[in-house]
Design a protein around this ligand. Sequence first.
Ligand code: PHE
Length: 436
Amino acid sequence: MAKEGFSSKVGAIAAAAGSAVGLGNIWRFPYVLGENGGAAFLLVYIAFTILIASPVLLSEFAIGRMTGKPVTAAFKQLAPKKKWYYIGLSGVLCAFVILSFYNVVAGWTLYYSYLSLTGQLAELNQAEISSLFENASSNPIICILGMLLFAGLSAFVVMRGVEKGIERYSKILMPMLFVLIIVVCIRALTLDGAEVGLSFLIKPDFSKLTPESLFVALGQAFFSLSIGMGAMTTYGAYISKKQNLASSVFSIAMIDFFVAFTAALMIFPSAFAFGINPGQGPGLVFVTLPGIFNQMAFGQLVSIVFFVLLAIAALTSTMSLLEVIVSFMSSEFGIKRKMATFIASTLTICSGIICAISSTVFNFFDDFSANVMLPLGAFFIILFVPLVLGKQKIKAELEAHGQEFSLFNIFYFLVRFIVPIAIGALFIYCIAGWLF
Ligand code: PHE
């Protein structure tokens, strides 16, 4: 397959981390955490990330690297006579669904970068900040323009093959974003009334957990690590055999978690200090951040840099989503990458317009992709490991070049029993709850 897109094989790990860290950590995680009661949800999320999502990520990397092929082609090669490649196909569909609403949110970050640059966020009071977001998110022109600009930008990057550049810069820019989040955190934690937000985040109240919130935590863990739809399988194809997959998964999961956690640590103390409802949904980050920036020294500068870096974090995630569609089109139909990127972007812009106009469709795509498509995809990917690959093959891949993976038996136990049973049980429980 074409190996364009990565400057080095080790670059693939950085790219995978870039795919994982994005709006899912900074926009989605705080809002679902806020809607689902805080600390108890956080603990469940951590448990799911370790016990369920990380084994899936490791399996996806192994399947991709074993074949050197993108997701549908990988499944076709490993199980030629069976219909497993439908997993890959559903992943391609899922990439469309995610890109449709993700581009809209990324468009909002561009709009907020513009507002910060022109000083329009400075000195607004909380009521004005909240109504600004309400007006912007219900204004089709702003939403469509922002989405178009962002989708155009990522299409340009992928079409021109300048991912290498983005990859190189993001190695500097993403740590910068993390440092900035920590700085904002410190300000947030020193606001009057911040303690309430902090205890919301660290004092668990298990009575707030519903079966549905368990499901949302699972979906968020998958969404945040970009798993269950083949993005990481496709990136796995680019990873060097010399790279230790298990330790790469460990680093990616840690980075991803800490970005999400510090984002929450920045949002909740501020939300409580400013009297914002933590369960208000997808607008949470956008109505909270401008208020903290306004209380900081060099607030306007922080605000500009923050929103621009956030847009770049989103870009490294949309690149991986586009990669799933583009590599599918080029490996299945022989369509050239540029043309494939053009087609994929045009289609996602069309569905993005619907998300930009209708918050019902936006919310449905957001919930359906994370809570239904990704868990289902992950369920089949994980079944594939014992049913088709078998223990020896996956072990050989994870221990390629004499790599050590001392936790293999635990990993395999999780893959065979815990992961499929947990996903299956939560799925049935939730569907039953919706139906009856
Ligand atoms: N993980 C990305 C984020 O947190 C979103 C994503 C999901 C990217 C699925 C690729 C595949 O923003």
